[in-house]
Design a protein around this ligand. Sequence first.
Ligand code: SAM
Ligand code: DTB
Ligand code: SF4
Length: 323
Amino acid sequence: MKSIAPVQQTESLRHDWSLEEIGQLFELPFNDLLFRAQQVHRASFDPNQVQISTLLSIKTGRCSEDCGYCPQSARHDTGLENEDLLPLDEVLQQARAAKAKGSSRFCMGAAWRGPKDRDIEPVVEMVKGVKALGMETCLTLGMLSEAQTERLKQAGLDYYNHNLDTSPEYYGEVITTRTYEDRLETLKRVREAGINVCCGGIIGMGESRRDRIGFMQQLANQPKHPESVPINMLVKVEGTPLENVEDLDPIEFVRTIAVARILMPQSQVRLSAGREAMSDEMQALCFLAGANSIFYGEKLLTTPNPATDRDHQLFARLGIEAV
Ligand code: SAM
Ligand code: DTB
Ligand code: SF4
């Protein structure tokens, strides 16, 4: 199976973007912005390849955090079926199925503020088991201690997903049970342990363009760009505080993808949650803007994702090869 190894980041990448410069990118005429993003994209990637990852929720619901977007928070009544940590054999069965469908990376997510120490060994077994199938591994478990991070590195974990989600200024409007600083601290631990970083966020939560600019600046000005940058379009889930937030202009979403591509030229920009509500044409624009990975399979963590048949047809229409 082919897979895209993280590009070795070069010295010439910038980590000093000002808000003003990023704002100017957002304001470019759409065609100029997309042209520039596509040029940057082609300098590091095959423009017709898209990496595909499959998600599995290994522990679902009853989360103590109050993230306004999330169906898994114990504070929102979303009618979700809760589930304790899945047994190893069930996780491996799902991973095998994902591999058989062509997925190169398996991402396991848990509805935790952070794992308890007793949760780590069962998760380590999952990482080892999925790696043994020849797939890349990714975990998203919330905040990690230094010892937990080290243990996951030892187990051979390839990627850790931990999102900044929005600008520092807007963060407190959406989440009150942890701070931006908490997020940055876990990201630093993961980076220092030598695990690849997957870090992005959610667009369409009622934030302003100024917030999208600030969010992009936070990602791009990390000491090293995240190897993977998931850009989610909010999935509005009934029962969450954000269920009735106003729809975002799809063109603004595509602009955000293009800006992410220009700021982080060698990162995988992942067109993440929200594809189920996007037209094929919008997704095609996102790929043109530099998105080069997706989540693949009928479910994200708890919400629907496009059927694999629909994705096959889309890739065929666009001449895209899944890697
Ligand atoms: N509990 C861990 C955490 O929050 O870091 C890991 C799992 S959490 C579900 C992973 C990410 O999913 C969040 O950071 C958020 O960006 C994304 N997410 C959750 N609900 C979403 C929604 N309704 N729409 C789009 N993205 C969402
Ligand atoms: C990310 O940025 N998006 C994925 C992954 N990282 C873990 C999760 C999206 C979750 C969407 C809501 C749900 O399905 O529960
Ligand atoms: Fe819990 Fe993560 Fe959902 Fe927040 S995003 S409520 S931390 S599962």
